[in-house]
Design a protein around this ligand. Structure first.
Ligand code: NAD
Length: 498
């Protein structure tokens, strides 16, 4: 059994307790690796290492162009190791290899380069308050920050968040998910050949209750960038009040995907299937899990979506022919199966799907121990149902009919979440009206799940507080603003001047 180690102060180490956690291959259900069961002691070590590196290394003092060059070397290393890292990512969390290898890892390298470039664009402003005042602002690094990561996209979140933190001049402690830490622990090996001081990036694996809680409450961590569920976001917020941490929360969603009768329905059906089923079985924060369809084309559209689902081979994420991979871990598999039951009990109709591993693979299949749910669609007229309001985080969508544009907007906005929304129509005026009326951090028109590092990304309502994270101002998430007033007149004005 291969064991992967924490990364603290530039060293690869087991947890101080000597305890380990199993990591499961979701394609087969087999334990394939072990990760350290880090806790408070390991988090304390990591924070101390980060503080020391922030204080004594040259990282935040080197010219920003030099910082950028060093980060671009990291991007090159990511690219050179993309094959190895993507294989581990797929093995550990079940996201199909065609996505990890050919989309996520190359994208991560490009995003790191983009963020490296932003280091050279850190700039404040000068303000013309009065002739004898030279008043200006400085953006400065927070110091020691933390990044807490979910299991559904470990490497992309790790590379993007850590690159932004480093580009802004910080040191970080990273806490990956106990369900998918291996790829991140392995990725720390890339730092060996780079000019990034030891201790600047530290990774402590462990459960949320042990390592995660220790990070959230740590008095020497000034900022947390958290990606995960809304419930954990609330818990971290409560825990982080001790030293008034700066929090950035990217949380859950229940995003609406709206199809008007005038849309290109074939394209919309492919977009909806790509937005909820493929390739990683609905385990993406922005999945379009509520499909609102105008009544005139409702039956036709559900038929088109069923055809899309039929063409998706559910299976081994390492097989390029696979259309949809497994559910990433047993806990999530149980959760999704419970929602299949809840949907039936609530009286929603099962339009297609609903089968899980035992129904999908014969008893002698090596995938029989894995966690599979086929593409599933419920239909209902009642947006109050739990399957319409609660995040399932799996390949389970619910279709709801609507008649008018106003009705569509009302249903679309009627959940606690506000992460993303999709809209299919050929009517330009309507498209513009709706992009403003929909309460979501990202709105897509005649496409879905289109993401790019140059565009801000974040959630509204219970989906987060980082409405404008990312894009050209991405580093500000990791910086604090300072105002400077320098008296250049004579005599000096009173201290309280405003
Ligand atoms: P989760 O909230 O269970 O866990 C996320 C991380 O928080 C893990 O590292 C976990 O160990 C840690 N954690 C758990 N309890 C903690 C505690 N008490 N204190 C500190 N840390 C704790 O989420 P998950 O199941 O890993 O991921 C799925 C969720 O993430 C979904 O809700 C999904 O929508 C969301 N997500 C959001 C985005 C986004 O950008 N908005 C992106 C990806 C995933």
């Amino acid at each position: 059994m291969e064991r992967f180690l924490n990364y603290v102060s530039g060293e690869h180490r087991p947890a101080r307790s000597g305890q380990w956690l199993d990591s499961v291959d979701p394609a087969t259900g087999e334990v394939w690796a072990q990760i350290p069961a880090g806790d408070t002691a390991d988090v304390d070590d990591a924070v101390a290492a980060a503080q020391e590196a922030f204080r004594s290394s040259d990282w935040r003092r080197v010219p920003t162009a030099v910082r950028a060059v060093r980060l671009r070397a990291w991007a090159d290393a990511i690219e050179a190791n993309a094959e190895h890292l993507s294989e581990i990512e797929t093995r550990d969390n079940g996201r199909p290899l065609k996505e990890t290898r050919f989309a996520q890892l190359p994208g991560a390298a490009m995003q790191v380069r983009y963020l490296a470039g932003l280091a050279e664009e850190i700039e404040g402003t000068t303000t013309d308050i009065r002739p004898e005042a030279f008043a200006y602002t400085l953006w400065e690094p927070v110091g020691v920050g933390a990044v807490i990561i979910p299991w559904n996209g470990p490497l992309p979140v790790f590379f993007a968040k850590v690159a932004a933190a480093l580009a802004a001049g910080n040191a970080v402690v990273v806490k990956p998910s106990e369900h998918a830490s291996v790829s991140i622990l392995e990725a720390t090996r890339l730092f060996a050949g780079l000019d990034i001081p030891p201790g600047l990036v530290n990774v402590v694996a462990g459960t949320g209750a042990a390592a995660g809680d220790a990070v959230a409450g740590h008095p020497d961590i000034g900022k947390i960038s958290f990606t995960g569920s809304t419930e954990t976001g609330r818990r971290i917020t409560r825990r982080a009040t001790g030293n008034i941490k700066n929090l950035q929360l990217e949380l859950g969603g229940k995003s609406p995907h709206i199809i008007f009768a005038d849309a290109d329905l074939e394209a919309a059906a492919a977009g909806v299937a790509g937005g909820i089923f493929t390739p990683n079985a609905g385990q993406t924060c922005v999945v379009g899990s509520r499909v609102l369809v105008q009544s005139a084309v409702y039956d036709e559209f559900v038929g088109l979506l069923a055809k899309q689902a039929e063409n998706l081979a559910v299976g081994d994420p390492a097989d390029p022919a696979t259309g949809m991979g497994p559910i990433a871990n047993p806990a999530q598999y149980d959760k999704i199966r419970s929602y299949l039951q809840i949907g039936r009990e609530e009286g929603a109709e099962l339009a297609f799907g609903g089968r899980t591993t035992e129904d999908l693979f014969p008893a002698d299949s090596r995938l029989r121990g894995g966690y599979y749910v086929e593409p599933t669609l419920f239909t209902t007229g009642d947006n109050r149902l739990r399957i319409c309001q609660e995040e399932i985080f799996g390949p389970v969508a619910v279709a709801l009919p609507f008649d008018t544009e106003e009705q569509a907007v009302r249903i679309a906005n009627d959940t606690p979440y506000g992460l993303a929304a999709g809209l299919w129509t050929e009517n330009l005026r309507r498209a513009h009206r709706l992009t403003r009326a929909l309460r979501a951090g990202s709105v897509w028109v005649n496409t879905y799940k289109a993401l790019h590092w140059a565009l801000p990304f974040g959630g509204h309502k219970h989906s987060g507080n980082g409405g404008a994270a990312g894009g050209a101002t991405a580093l500000r998430e990791w910086m604090e603003l300072k105002s400077v007033w320098m008296n250049v007149g004579d005599p000096a004005p009173r201290g309280e001047e405003r």
